[in-house]
Design a protein around this ligand. Sequence first.
Ligand code: UDP
Ligand code: UDP
Length: 464
Amino acid sequence: SSPRDDRAGAAAPRPRIVLLPSASMGHLAPFSRLAAALSSGHACDVSLVTVLPTVSSAESGQLDALFAAFPAVRRLDFQLPPLDAPELSGADPFYVHYEATRRSARLLAPLLAAADASVLVADISLASVLIPVASELRLPCYVFFTASATMFSFYAYYPTYLDAAGAGDADVPGVYRIPKSSFPQALHDRNNLFTQQFVANGRSLSKADGLLINTFDALEPEAVTALRQGSVVPGCPPVFTVGPLSPVSFPARASADYSACLDAQPERSVVYVSFGSRKALARDQLSELADGLEASGCRFLWVVKGAVVDKDDGAELSELLGEGFLQRVSGRALVTKAWVEQGEVLKHPAIGMFVSHCGWDSLTEAFATGVPVLAWPRFADQRVNAGIVARCGAGVWVERWSWEGDEGVVKGEEIAEKVKSVMANEMLRRSSTMVREAAMTAVAGGGTSYRSLAELVARCCDGS
Ligand code: UDP
Ligand code: UDP
């Protein structure tokens, strides 16, 4: 009998969902949140494929914490065969990991078959290679886009833009113009590894059974509507806007010193500074930022990264920031190279603003907590995301500030002025609170994201 027949009489079957994230915390964090939401919130039977070895220690720590906290989530280890690709030496290690996984996609078939799943949810960076594998297994394949809906509309539209020999800004139909200066840097080079993955994945999307995006309708109405109406690309599969997914917090991973320190600060007095989990600022920019934070006179919590991959990040803070800096700011600043539980930090009443590189996960955390953002995008989709921040009132973006590959550094004085002005901006505080309220409404019972996730689960039950 078909699963549909079995459902008559007995309790509805639990959907069996396999999640397949790709490398970096920016992808693993939202997949972990989705795993928690589906397993605990929606009573699904969830497995998560871990593609090993991970690139960073942050990822292996996250995986251990996730499976310890959610024993119902099944762990499916997949050992990545070594990649023999000398042409990729020197490329970003996270993209090399995507590529290695892509080239091994067929080897994932037995693991997926054995998982006896009703649905696969694959990371966007693996879409074009996993959709055919899933199809051969007759396994419906949903794609999880871990960035914004606006970026997704650009991603989906980009092959059309290329085919039309597009050279300037991108007018994504039904959305708005994405200036060329906001394109991910890698796209300016047709032969870049990432561009090739980007275009191949973009072309494959219409073959997916559905698309999940960690956003909510009211945040990006243009992109969400245009995607659903088929204006961006004809034949766009159903779009499920399921965000902002709640951070899963792992208190054991947090370092005690900053929690105690935040507890002792007045409300909204601390500037939180982080540029995400996978890029380091250039040394000269790092020292201007240090000058700026010092000159702002504000309290701050700064998570410093000195290297792309945490395991290689051996430099001492004093070496990165200059002798004397830590002494001069002691008493009003906490500077750390350790992992912080950012979802928890942003919830803390002492935090008054967030200087952010605009990784989408970081932004969803800021939207959910109403902390105003000073957007300072560095690479990839981050300028598109910074545009969303400015549009929705969650923060400000100084568009002329440089990003990776641009000439020139942003001077400390300018950073100090901007930090002070955002901290004093009452209107911005109100508008970011409104963004938080809209986010809460979306995920609460009956809200757009709540319904979207429930509809996704219902479809997974149908096996459609
Ligand atoms: N993160 C964290 N602690 C850190 C650094 C990063 O919890 O010390 C989390 C952050 O909250 C976010 C993720 O790591 O959930 C980073 O993803 P994002 O998309 O913001 O940026 P990426 O690191 O991919 O550039
Ligand atoms: N991206 C890109 N080229 C790059 C880096 C990123 O086109 O060199 C795009 C990528 O396709 C995605 C977005 O930028 O749409 C976010 O990048 P990524 O997946 O690396 O996100 P992160 O790991 O920073 O969260």
